[in-house]
Design a binder for this molecule. Structure first.
Ligand code: NAD
Ligand code: LMR
Length: 325
């Protein structure tokens, strides 16, 4: 067995935390040969619940789980962390948009950025899940002077996976047959699921996709999937969010598939003409713990319009949190 890696997660006693901790402990993140130490971070009032989660984790007797630390102290929780999942924050409820969470959640990410910067492994990788994820990730990066932009990403993988699964359902295919889709922009209702370069069973999919259905129904379906789940469950997506977070961090660390790309919230330095200093979702490939934005995709006028809309929304969100940057 290799040396254990330290995986920290905030919001560990919450819904996503409860779903993700067991999967990481079971080896679903880095495989059966890589032991993990779990650093479970919560706010003080949630520590009693977290004690129960720790008991359950130990009771699973997972082969890949080494130490478990449960704490409300960020210096301990983020101490020597190699991987961090920032989940801890309030979820929206029915009738809210994710942006409405900015005032409640944004402030969490300023001290979090500083604590990661001060205590984590200098080569740490940080994934922001808590909503609104893109702007929370921007706040984290701005407050983490020891972190470079390539060390932080915001989660768009759930939107990417939804694009695959909803298209697969419509075309009676398996999601794994579908490649080269991108969800651009913000994790919000302006996100743009782009099928312009989509391949199905290694063939250009344009003739298989009804453009009027795509523009008038599909985009909306993907953009509002989170709200539909809240409507049905009374609470926001948790197991699928945990699964997407694992997909995201696993690909980032171990590499994405050779003939495909993934969607990731990445710090904009002007790629595809996007305003710099935004966390923006791009198509990316990953190798050796690095991501690279897929270059030179031709974007038609419709795509450019949709991407610009999401960019404008992110600029607005950034303005709303300028005191935290
Ligand atoms: P939840 O309310 O079940 O759990 C959140 C947990 O975070 C709680 O246990 C709470 O005590 C804890 N917490 C709050 N502030 C904290 C802090 N400063 N440090 C550590 N822990 C803290 O919520 P959930 O369903 O697990 O969702 C968590 C977040 O993830 C929400 O913001 C939700 O909207 C978001 N989310 C994002 C995506 C995505 O695709 N990016 C998908 C699903 C959910
Ligand atoms: C989702 O997309 O399911 C999450 O961001 C939760 C939400 O608020 O929709």
């Amino acid at each position: 067995m290799k040396q254990a890696v330290n995986v920290a997660l905030t919001g560990a006693a919450g819904n996503i935390g409860y779903a993700i901790a067991f999967r990481i402990a079971a080896g679903h993140l880095f495989g059966p040969e890589q032991p993990v130490n779990l650093h479970l971070i919560e706010i003080e009032p949630a520590l009693p619940v977290l004690t129960g989660v720790v008991m359950e984790l130990r009771d699973c007797a997972f082969a890949t789980l080494h130490n478990v630390v449960a704490t409300a102290d960020p210096s301990i929780g983020f101490g020597d962390a190699d991987y961090v999942f920032l989940i801890g924050s309030r979820p929206r409820t029915k009738g809210m948009e994710r942006q409405d969470l900015l005032s409640a959640n944004g402030a969490i990410f300023k001290p979090t950025g500083k604590a990661i910067s001060d205590h984590a492994n200098p080569d740490v990788r940080v994934l922001v899940v808590g909503n609104p994820a893109n702007t929370n990730a921007l706040i984290t990066l701005h407050n983490a002077p020891n972190l470079a932009p390539h060390q932080i990403s915001s989660m768009m993988r759930l939107d990417h996976n939804r694009t695959l699964s909803l298209l697969a359902e419509k075309l009676n295919q398996h999601p794994t047959a579908i490649k080269q889709v991108t969800v651009w922009g913000n994790h919000s209702t302006t996100q743009f699921p782009d099928l312009q370069h989509c391949q199905i069973n290694s063939q250009d999919a344009s003739s298989m996709i009804d453009q009027s259905w795509y523009k008038n129904e599909f985009i909306d379906l993907v953009q509002k999937r989170g709200a539909k789940i809240i409507e049905a469950r009374g609470t926001s997506s948790a197991a699928s969010a945990a699964s997407a977070a694992i997909d995201h961090m696993r690909d980032w660390t171990l590499g994405s598939a050779a003939d495909n790309w993934v969607s990731m919230g990445i710090y904009s330095q002007g790629m595809y003409g996007i305003d710099p200093d935004l966390m923006f979702s791009y198509p990316a490939v990953c190798r050796d713990r690095q991501f690279t934005v897929v270059q030179d995709l031709q974007l038609n006028e419709f795509s450019q319009h949709m991407i610009a809309r999401s960019e404008q929304e992110l600029i607005k969100e950034r303005d709303m949190v300028k005191d935290l940057l």
